[in-house]
Design a protein around this ligand. Sequence first.
Ligand code: FES
Length: 293
Amino acid sequence: MNQGNGQKVGAVLVVGGGVGGMQASLDLAEAGYKVYLVERGPSIGGVMAQLDKTFPTNDCAMCTLAPRMVDCGGHLNIEKLTYSEIESIEGTAGNFSVRIRKKARSVDPDKCTGCGECVEHCLVKNIVYLDQPGRAPVQIEESVRTKADRIIGRYDGDRETVVPILQDITDEFNWLPPDVLMRVSQEKQIPLEHILRIATFYKAFSLKPRGKHIVTVCMGTACHVKGAPRIMDRLERELGIKTGETTSDMRFTLESVRCIGCCGLSPVITIGDDLYGKVNPVEAAAILDKYQD
Ligand code: FES
């Protein structure tokens, strides 16, 4: 607020550390106010960092976001309260009291360099699944276990073998069955947490059963403007499923992807390893017939 002499006093609370919250904080801080910036997540920045380009100017999202994060991070008039949530607000205009709950970070922010080593060595999460007291032993069918053990037996070493093992499991089962992942964890003495982190990072791996044929529609910009959404609609109707789902006969799984690097052939769909370019919705539906074996 302004005192009679024009001097600014008091403080302002900004809720949300996304690009809007950061810009508001910077404007207020530059105007001379003390700013408390409350953000529920562990860092300011919001979801904009997940974008590539921004509409309508096609500016790079990070180029918009990064300078504001740096300015906000170093501004002496802005107190960042990350990993925090508002519990209550009391008072009247110009005189509010706000109660904020700050969640435990379990790391010392003054010493943290962001190297990620603590995740690798976390004593809570990095416990081999089967070693956890009270857990029932893994139930796994004999035939599945034989296949899993054959795959596991192909690889020496531990953590560095997870990706090829998961690739082989995907080739064998078309997805990553949980009991097989637990078997890998048990046999290789690799924390299930570590295996799941890799399994959920790569789009090639799935923790849900997938169909025999993976139908992918490219929804990247080039394909989008050439009619990819209409192809997706047609395939959804043809297969009777939505994107991300699998037909009940486990024959087809329908997925979307962001640019597969063949923009000159847009719009593009793939079925397994086969690529089809410059297709229209009718042709895309007809292509499915080839895989109705
Ligand atoms: S946008 Fe579809 S292949 Fe590039």
